[in-house]
Design a protein around this ligand. Structure first.
Ligand code: GLN
Length: 473
C-alpha cells in the first residue's frame, strides 16, 4: 500500500505524527541506500530539520501548516534555492548559490512541505539517462546496473527509492515522463505555463515546464494543485486559477474517448507495446471508448526539437561566461578566460547542443533550420488539436524501452535522442502529458503508459491516469 501525501499531511496536521519524525525516517532511508543510488547532489539535512521543526511548532501552536504539512519533497538541482548550491549538475556553476528561491520553493514551504535535497540530473537537463551529470550518474532503484532515465533521473529515483514522498522535475522534451516510466513512478508535464518557471534555470524557455514525480496519481494531483497557478514573476505563466485535480480524479472514465494514434512512429519494444494494448483494454473495461486518430506531424517532433531546443539553449547558456556565475578559469585576457572557462565548465553534450543551436541560428541558416523547425512545430500543434476534436485523451508508450544498462547508448547521441520520440511532440505543442506505471516488461522492469491531452485538459488527463492506476490494483 503506497503512502499518500494527503494522509501524511493529515496525520501531521492532526498531531498523530510529526514532520520531524517523518523527516528522520527519510534521512535514515537515504543513509542506507543513497551511497548506491546517488539520487542527490545535496541532501539538505540541516535546512530540512529546521523546516520540519517549524512545521511541528506551527501544529503545536494550533496553526495549520498547510496541505503538504510534513511532506518531504526532493527538488531537481536546476531549481533555485536561496543560499543553497544549485548546480544543474554542471561544473560551470561551481560554488554558485542563488540569491533567491524559485516560486515553487516558496509555494512548497508555504504549504508546509519539507524540502529534503537537490537531485541529480543530466547536465543542464540535456539527456535521457542522467549519465551526462558532471557528478556521476544516478542508478535505477529497480536495478542498479541500469539508468533511471533522464534528465530528472535523481528526482525519479528519489521517489522510487523512498527517499522523499514527492519530487519535482523539469520537462523540456520528456525529462519528467521518461524517467518516471523507467523508475515505475507517476510523472506529469503540465500544460506550458501551468506551473511558474521563475527560478527554474532555463534550458529551452519555450518548452520548459516543472512537474511532479509521485507514487500515486492522487499525490500528483495534490502536488499540482499546490504548485499550479499564476505567478506574476513568470510572464509565460497562465493567468488563471486551475480547477482542482484532486476533485477531478474522483470521476471515472465512463463515456470518455481515448485516442489511438494510428500513424505513431514505430520503435517501441514489444513488451512496451504489449502494456500499451493492456492499457487500452483496461480503459475500455472502465467504460471509455477507443477511437482511431491521426497525428501525421508527430513523427517530425524529434527533428524539430533538436533544432529549437539547442537554439534556445545556445542563447540561454551564453550567460555562463566565467564572470557572473560559478566557475572561472583565469587566462591572459578576458576573451581567453571565456574560452577556457567554458571549455572546462561544460560537458560534451552541453557543448554539442550549444554548437548545434548556434549553427541553427546563424545568418544564412536561420530560415532553413530554425525557421523551418518553427513551422513544423505549428503543424504538430495543429495536428494534435484536430485529433482532440475526436478524442479526449491520447495514449502512447512513454519510453520505447524499459530502463537500459549504463553505457548502452555508447557515445551515440542520436540513439539517446530516440528515447524521447513519444514525449517530445507534446512539449512542442505546449500540451500536458503524464506517465503512469502500468506493470512490467522485459527483465521485470517498470513500463509507463503516456496519457496526453489538449491545452489545460489536465482534469480529463488525470481521470484517465487514475483509471489506469485503479486497473493495476
Ligand atoms: N532528453 C531530452 C533532451 O536531451 C529532453 C530533456 C528534457 O526534457 N529536459 O533534450
Amino acid at each position: 500500500m503506497t503512502v499518500r501525501a494527503a494522509d501524511v499531511a493529515a496525520a501531521v496536521r492532526a498531531g498523530t505524527t510529526t514532520a520531524t519524525e517523518l523527516l528522520e525516517q527519510h534521512l535514515a532511508t537515504i543513509a542506507q541506500r543513497e551511497p548506491e543510488i546517488h539520487a542527490f547532489n545535496l541532501v539538505m539535512t540541516d535546512h530540512a530539520r529546521e523546516a520540519a521543526a517549524a512545521v511541528d511548532a506551527k501544529v503545536a501552536a494550533g496553526i495549520d501548516p498547510g496541505p503538504l504539512a510534513g511532506v518531504t519533497v526532493a527538488l531537481k538541482d536546476n531549481m533555485c534555492t536561496r543560499g543553497v548550491p544549485t548546480t544543474c549538475s554542471s561544473k560551470i556553476l561551481d560554488g554558485w548559490k542563488p540569491p533567491y528561491d524559485a516560486t515553487i520553493v516558496t509555494t512548497l514551504r508555504d504549504a508546509g512541505a519539507v524540502v529534503i535535497g537537490k537531485t541529480n540530473l543530466d547536465e543542464f537537463a540535456m539527456g535521457s539517462s542522467t549519465e551526462n551529470s558532471a557528478f556521476g550518474p544516478t542508478r535505477n532503484p529497480h536495478d542498479t546496473s541500469r539508468v533511471p532515465g533522464g534528465s530528472s533521473g535523481g528526482s525519479a529515483a528519489s521517489v522510487a527509492a523512498g527517499f522523499a514522498h514527492l519530487a519535482l522535475g523539469s520537462d523540456t522534451g520528456g525529462s519528467i515522463r521518461q524517467p518516471a516510466a523507467l523508475c515505475g513512478v507517476v510523472g506529469v508535464k503540465p500544460t506550458y505555463g501551468y506551473v511558474s518557471r521563475y527560478g527554474l534555470v532555463a534550458f529551452a524557455s519555450s518548452l520548459d515546464q516543472i512537474g511532479p514525480f509521485t507514487n500515486s496519481v492522487a499525490d500528483a494531483a495534490l502536488l499540482l494543485d499546490v504548485i499550479g497557478g499564476h505567478d506574476e514573476r513568470d510572464s509565460t505563466s497562465i493567468p488563471q486559477v486551475h480547477p482542482s485535480l484532486t476533485d477531478a480524479i474522483t470521476q471515472g472514465v465512463e463515456g470518455l474517448r481515448v485516442g489511438r494514434i494510428t500513424d505513431l512512429p514505430e520503435g517501441a519494444d514489444p513488451d512496451v507495446q504489449e502494456r500499451l494494448e493492456a492499457a487500452f483494454a483496461a480503459l475500455r473495461d472502465a467504460g471509455a471508448t477507443i477511437v482511431d486518430v491521426q497525428v501525421p506531424a508527430f513523427t517530425f517532433g524529434l527533428t524539430a526539437y533538436y533544432l529549437i531546443a539547442p537554439a534556445e539553449a545556445s542563447s540561454n547558456l551564453a550567460r555562463y561566461d566565467g564572470v557572473r556565475y560559478g566557475l572561472r578559469v583565469e587566462a591572459a585576457d578576458t576573451n581567453a578566460m571565456y574560452g577556457v572557462t567554458r571549455a572546462a565548465g561544460f560537458g560534451d553534450e552541453v557543448k554539442r547542443r550549444i554548437m548545434l543551436g548556434t549553427y541553427a541560428l546563424s545568418a544564412g541558416y536561420y530560415d532553413a533550420y530554425y525557421g523551418k523547425a518553427l513551422k513544423v512545430r505549428r503543424l504538430i500543434h495543429d495536428d494534435f488539436e484536430r485529433a482532440y476534436q475526436h478524442a479526449d485523451v491520447l495514449l502512447t508508450p512513454t519510453s520505447p524501452t524499459v530502463a537500459f544498462p549504463f553505457g548502452d547508448k555508447g557515445d551515440n547521441p542520436f540513439a539517446m535522442y530516440l528515447c524521447d520520440t513519444y514525449t517530445i511532440p507534446t512539449n512542442l505543442a505546449g500540451h500536458p502529458g503524464m506517465s503512469v506505471p502500468f506493470g512490467t516488461g522485459a527483465h521485470a522492469l517498470p513500463v509507463g503508459v503516456q496519457v496526453l491531452a489538449g491545452t489545460l485538459q489536465e482534469p480529463v488527463m488525470f481521470r484517465v491516469a487514475a483509471a489506469l492506476e485503479r486497473a493495476m490494483q
